[in-house]
Design a protein around this ligand. Structure first.
Ligand SMILES: Cc1cc2nc3c(=O)[nH]c(=O)nc-3n(C[C@H](O)[C@H](O)[C@H](O)COP(=O)(O)OP(=O)(O)OC[C@H]3O[C@@H](n4cnc5c(N)ncnc54)[C@H](O)[C@@H]3O)c2cc1C
Length: 414
């Protein structure tokens, strides 16, 4: 081969080899949803491979954390202390687009935004959290949520419930309605009951908390009920579904909860509606028949739409709770799997965990720490998951505060 022809052939070969590698290094990653899962994943991807083109889409310039929002309801914290900006994303080199994603075109590999623009992706991560199934209980809609706040998304709803508690007359009843089905942070209604009971004991001693529950059991029930007996004897009453606990209908005008056992007019009604993944996940065809989004737990890749991953509350992660700590752990696994796949490597073995702290009073909490393994394509809790964590202590409440600081840093660089 003549020298010039050889050089041209060699250059071409190098280009053919280098192009996919270069393209992978600069791959366009679009993330829908900037909560704990989506925001953490954006930071992790950019940290693992700074050359990636990472864009995060969320309609809100600020994010208010649900963790510690029960403290706001009882006046122990301000909502501002839970409010985060997107500045950490910008510092890390993630592009933040303030918009709502409205559609996913799997063939064109693009996301449409509510302002009409399209974002093309090589990989998309969908983390839109939850939506509420309005109309359950009957007549519980967005208008009813103004007088009977759910406070299951932090922000205005949280402060509204806090205002209602403060304005409640002594002797009144604070009612919490808990839905059936998969929900975010399953222990949180019982944490809320505990903190409200503590507040009532101090400020409205003739008042009590009623929990109308559409379930027959709840997480760490023994730990909660033992603590309630010692700390708040007679102040919290739990009504399971078998005793008419399921709220079937609400009367927002009169603050009435209708159950199989009759009509209960209360001073404050905190109605938590049933939940499903964020609307975008449903519209994008990521949800399965029963509502949530199936994924491969080694990569969090959707089993329904190629090149799309689903993390956080919206995905089906079997034994993993719908919690911020789980969303962070999934973000880690998902980011590592994407970086590996772009480099043509296998995903790392799953290393999934979660920790949920439940406050029983402002100065004590217990923890639920779990590790998970993947067996036959499903996420299972490791059998050595410790019940010993359920002992309430001051030390665990301090650990909760440290955990909160560290997850804010990991997910929002805040
Ligand atoms: C009272 C309460 C207390 C809790 N306490 C704890 C706790 O102590 N520890 C813990 O680990 N977990 C706790 N949780 C649970 C935790 O808040 C959630 O599990 C966590 O927020 C899930 O993260 P996510 O990223 O999946 O969703 P989210 O945090 O809900 O974020 C979803 C984001 O997606 C955005 N979005 C939605 N649709 C679109 C769209 N179409 N386009 C663009 N963006 C979109 C939203 O604006 C939002 O920013 C608590 C929950 C509650 C209700």
């Amino acid at each position: 081969m003549k020298r010039r022809a050889f050089i041209r052939a060699a250059t071409l070969t190098a280009a053919v080899i280098a192009t996919p590698v270069l393209r992978a290094a600069r791959a366009r990653i679009v993330i829908v949803g900037g909560g704990f899962g989506g925001s953490a994943c954006a930071l992790l991807l950019k940290h693992a491979q700074p050359s990636l083109d990472v864009t995060l889409v969320d309609p809100d310039a600020r994010y208010v954390t649900c963790p510690l929002s029960n403290d706001v309801i009882v006046g122990a914290r301000s909502i501002d202390s839970l409010t985060l900006t997107r500045a950490g994303l910008a510092r890390a080199g993630v592009r933040f687009v303030r918009a709502r994603a409205t559609a996913l075109d799997a063939e064109a590999r693009s996301i449409r935004l509510d302002d009409g623009t399209r974002l093309a992706y090589d990989r998309c991560i969908v983390a839109p959290g939850i939506r509420f199934l309005w109309g359950t209980p009957e007549d519980y809609d967005e208008a009813a949520a103004e007088t009977m706040p759910h406070a299951w998304e932090a922000g205005t709803q949280t402060t509204r419930l806090a205002d209602r508690l403060r304005a409640m007359p002594d002797g009144g009843t604070f009612a919490i309605s808990v839905p059936s089905g998969l929900m975010r942070c399953p222990p949180a209604p019982y944490e809320r009951a505990s903190l409200v009971a503590e507040y009532l004991a101090r400020h409205k001693p003739r008042s009590k908390v009623l929990i109308f529950d559409a379930n027959n059991r709840f997480p760490r029930q023994e730990a909660f009920t033992t603590a309630w007996d010692t700390l708040y004897r007679g102040r919290i009453e739990w009504i399971p579904v078998t005793e008419g606990g399921a709220v079937e209908r609400v009367g927002a005008r009169t603050n009435t909860l209708h159950t199989a056992s009759g009509a209960h007019r209360v001073a404050v009604a905190n109605v938590i509606p049933p939940q499903a993944p964020g609307q975008f996940a449903l519209d994008a065809g990521l949800a399965s028949g029963h509502g949530w989004c199936p994924v491969d737990p080694a990569t969090f890749a959707s089993t329904r739409v190629p090149h799309v991953h689903v993390i956080g509350d919206a995905c089906i992660a079997d034994a993993m709770p719908k919690a911020a700590s789980a969303a962070l752990s999934q973000a880690r696994q998902c980011a590592a799997a994407i970086v590996a796949s772009l480099a043509g490597r296998e995903p790392p073995p799953p290393a999934l965990d979660s920790v949920c702290y439940s406050a029983l009073a402002l100065d004590r909490a217990f923890a639920i720490r779990l590790r998970f393994r993947v067996a036959n394509g499903h996420v299972e809790a490791e059998p050595n998951a410790s019940e010993a964590d359920s002992t309430p202590s001051v030390a665990e409440r301090e650990a909760a505060a440290r955990w909160y600081r560290s997850i804010r840093a990991a997910a929002f660089a805040a």
